[in-house]
Ligand binder design. Structure first.
Ligand code: 5GP
Ligand code: MN
Length: 356
């Protein structure tokens, strides 16, 4: 029923790789999000059912609101369990890389992975995968999420019937979080065909949405109020905004990983707004994390490649800066100046004019 996006040859190759592997390690990107953990645990469930010895390694901690997933407690955190991670990587005959396009997104673990001689399969939806680093690549930037891609691969292998309830929950979670709960990147009708298939597996999508979205501390709610009231700088002519949060401010609101989730989207609620940029001092490393969100055609990925040592998707991208917060803010101003013309043109008004 789904429009096929995997050729029979690709499906056959993937099947052969899975059939020939016994010890599989699944990896996702640093600071894993719902799609990274959902797709990793979804594939983990699938391969376990196929009788494989499977482990998921994440470069570092993932937010509390993803810990409800079955076997989330079995995900090995590389930064806390390096010896165990190295042993698993060395003994793996297959490494599956999910939801990232370049080994640099694994931070320190990337160097370790690049030295391993086993097969490396990339399953991802980011643009421009680093082709030199993988044995086999299934990259579909047009899809909403890596979770959607994993479902479609399982479908192409003829195994949706045997997909477990837990895998259905995991894959739903990633599709929901990577589309802002179906508010962007989610117009493909097939996405809803997949969701109806997952609902048939018995998942309670409303409960999953609540588990992810309503799982914060009171401090986080107050933090949002603080950011929007005290910190948000709006550039009305540019239809853009910036907020920059320092470590001391995070401490004031007892910040835990995940507390920044979604706040960068909020300025896009302003009528005609095109671009939201957030800067946050990392709590562990001396660097600034950059998050950007846009609507329509404004290319956050290009902006992040040009100015913030990063990349991502057209409407959601990020990066890092190794400098002081004041310097980072100056870089944002330079970026806004560079993209001024694109930002100043008001698409909404233009299309209204065109229509009349
Ligand atoms: P977030 O703003 O939620 O941290 O990240 C949004 C998206 O931007 C991610 O899904 C990922 O595609 C991309 N991204 C975030 N940080 C980086 C980075 O440091 N490097 C690259 N290449 N992409 C990033
Ligand atoms: Mn993703």
């Amino acid at each position: 029923m789904l429009k096929p996006i995997v050729s029979p040859q690709e499906a056959a190759k993937l099947k052969k790789i899975f059939d020939e592997s016994k010890n599989v390690v699944i990896l996702c990107h640093t600071s894993p999000d719902g799609d990274a953990i959902g797709s990793s645990l979804g594939l983990y469930e699938y391969l376990k059912r196929k009788g494989k010895n499977v482990n998921v390694i994440a470069p570092n901690y993932f937010p509390d609101f993803l810990h409800w997933m079955k076997d989330a407690d079995k995900v090995i955190l590389f930064d806390r369990h390096k010896a165990q991670s190295y042993t698993l990587l060395k003994t793996a005959d297959l490494i599956c890389c999910l939801d990232f396009n370049d080994l640099s997104r694994l931070d320190e673990m990337g160097t370790a992975v690049s030295r391993m001689h086993c097969r490396r399969v990339l399953i991802d939806h980011h643009l421009n995968p680093d082709k030199s680093k993988f044995t086999f690549i299934i990259s579909r930037p047009e899809l909403s999420s890596t979770c959607e891609l994993v479902f479609r691969l399982i479908d192409a292998l003829g195994d949706v019937k045997s997909l477990s309830f837990a895998a259905a929950e995991d894959l739903y979670a990633g599709m929901a979080t990577d589309t802002g709960f179906f508010t962007f990147n989610s117009n493909n009708p097939d996405l809803f065909v997949i969701i109806s298939e997952l609902l048939r597996k018995g998942i309670d999508k409303d409960a999953i949405n609540r588990k992810i979205q309503n799982n914060y501390s009171a401090d986080r709610l107050k933090f949002i109020g603080y950011v929007l009231y005290e910190k948000l700088e709006i550039f009305p002519d540019l239809h853009a905004s910036l907020f920059a949060i320092r470590k001391e401010e995070l401490a004031q609101f007892h910040y835990v990983k995940g507390d920044m989730e979604g706040i960068v989207n909020m300025p896009l609620q302003i009528k005609g707004h095109k671009l939201s940029i957030a800067l946050r001092e990392d709590t562990e490393k001396p660097l600034i994390r950059v998050s950007t969100r846009s609507v329509d055609d404004f290319p956050c990925n290009l902006l992040c490649e040009q100015f913030f040592n990063g990349g991502g998707h057209k409407n959601a991208a990020g990066g890092t800066l190794e400098c002081s917060m004041d310097e980072a803010i100056a870089i944002v101003h330079k970026a806004l100046e560079t993209w001024k013309d694109t930002l100043m043109s008001a698409d909404g008004e233009k299309s209204k004019e065109e229509a009349s």
